[in-house]
Ligand binder design. Structure first.
Ligand code: UT7
Length: 353
């Protein structure tokens, strides 16, 4: 990996829609409970995107906040990288929608589809665009609206605005998908990056894709069937992700420590030199095991999963923004980003702030 990195984070922002939904709220529509969810995942609440709102809408306030933090105007942006697995439309991607909403007409807007590992790939693309001179000011956004694939229709019961009980078949269906449904939450995060100086930027990077495990986490519906949305895909819930959670868990705790070691080696630093490990928040237990395997102190691995759940591509920029705004992140610190998600895509990046 090149040492003449172009990547410097000059602004961040985040947006979480509406009010949080607790584990107790979820327990009104399926057979689950707060104790199980907290013990197995660390999650206590999450936000859901309102109906009729898309990820480009969630991304807009996060992007504006990041630009303001960076002291840049939308007209300064000359590249947009939009990361999501829940786009506003099947096509085109959400990058063009955000560009239009921001007033960045004519600015290239590239959608990346690497799910929860999105930020690793976006950082590498951004770094390369800056080094090559193809871009000077890049807006990187991660935004998700998972609410659309939640396995219940009784939103009024979930929200507590109705005293009704779910029909037994609705309860059973949501319960069949409970391992997935308790994990995900919605939101958006954004960062503005430009070429850095003084030896900053991406010092070492390690990204991978292993398509042998596509079946471990995917939405089965797609353009393999005609028409791609049919009565059958709806009746068989093929638009709801299927997840072999235990396998993904094992893959993450096996591969992420190796990836971090490789990224540190490429950066010419020791794992112990890293100030912060800004990790994707899929399950608190995954991050605890990765941390233990690397022998890293708990206070170096910040967590916000209790409040937001797994926000997929939005997770890392949301956490980054929280840390930047509350003063934890300081110029000159060494940060290791790490993430793994459906694909399976995973990786890590060692960045000097
Ligand atoms: O970011 C994208 C990548 N995704 C991930 O990284 C996800 C990784 N995997 C995980 O986080 C975990 O595997 C899950 C949180 C999804 C599941 O936790 P687990 O400890 O692997 O549980 P399990 O699926 O093996 O299920 C254990 C038991 C089962 O009951 P039995 O068969 O032992 O009686 C499940 O039916 O827990 C039951 N269960 C639940 N109970 C209450 C599963 N989900 C729930 C639930 N509430 N929500």
């Amino acid at each position: 990996m090149s040492k003449k990195s172009g990547f410097k984070i000059i602004g961040t922002g985040r947006y979480l829609p509406g009010r949080p939904y607790t584990n107790h709220d979820l327990a009104r529509v399926m057979d689950t409970d707060d104790e199980w969810i907290v013990r197995r995942t660390g999650i206590r609440q999450r936000h859901f995107c309102p109906e009729g709102v898309g990820v480009s809408d969630l991304a807009l306030p996060a992007a504006k906040q990041a630009l303001e933090d960076a002291g840049r105007a939308p007209t300064d942006v000359d590249y947009i990288l939009f990361n999501t697995m829940t786009p506003d439309h099947v096509f085109p991607g959400s990058g063009p929608l955000l560009g239009e909403k921001l007033g960045c007409v004519g600015v290239p807007a590239l959608d990346l589809r690497t799910q929860c590992a999105a930020m690793m790939f976006s950082m590498q693309v951004a770094d390369s665009l800056l080094i090559s001179g193809a871009a000077k000011t890049i807006l990187i956004v991660g935004a998700e609206a998972h609410a659309g694939f939640m396995p219940w229709s009784d939103w009024d019961i979930l929200e507590g605005t109705s005293d009704k009980k779910p029909e037994p078949e609705d309860w059973d269906r949501a319960t069949r998908h409970r391992g997935l449904a308790i994990l995900f939450g919605d939101g958006a995060g954004a960062m503005v990056v430009e070429s850095g100086e003084n030896g900053g930027g991406v010092l070492g990077m390690d990204v991978h894709t292993d398509g042998c495990h596509v079946d471990k986490l995917l939405i089965p519906a797609g353009f393999r069937t005609r028409p791609f949305i049919s009565k059958r895909t709806v009746e068989e819930d093929l638009w709801i992700p299927t997840m072999q959670g235990r396998d993904v868990f094992k893959y993450a705790v096996t591969e992420l420590p190796k990836s971090i070691r490789r990224a540190c080696e490429r950066a010419g630093v020791g794992v112990g030199d890293v100030d912060w490990f800004v990790a994707h928040q899929a399950n608190q237990r995954i991050n605890d095991v990765v941390r233990e395997r690397l022998d890293v102190a708990p206070e170096k691995v910040p967590s916000n999963i209790a409040r937001y759940g797994n926000t997929s591509a939005a997770t890392i920029p949301i956490l980054l923004d929280e840390m930047r705004r509350d003063g934890r992140l300081q110029e000159g610190q060494l940060v290791c980003f790490l993430a793994l998600g459906a694909g399976i895509h995973w990786g890590s990046a060692v960045v000097r702030l």
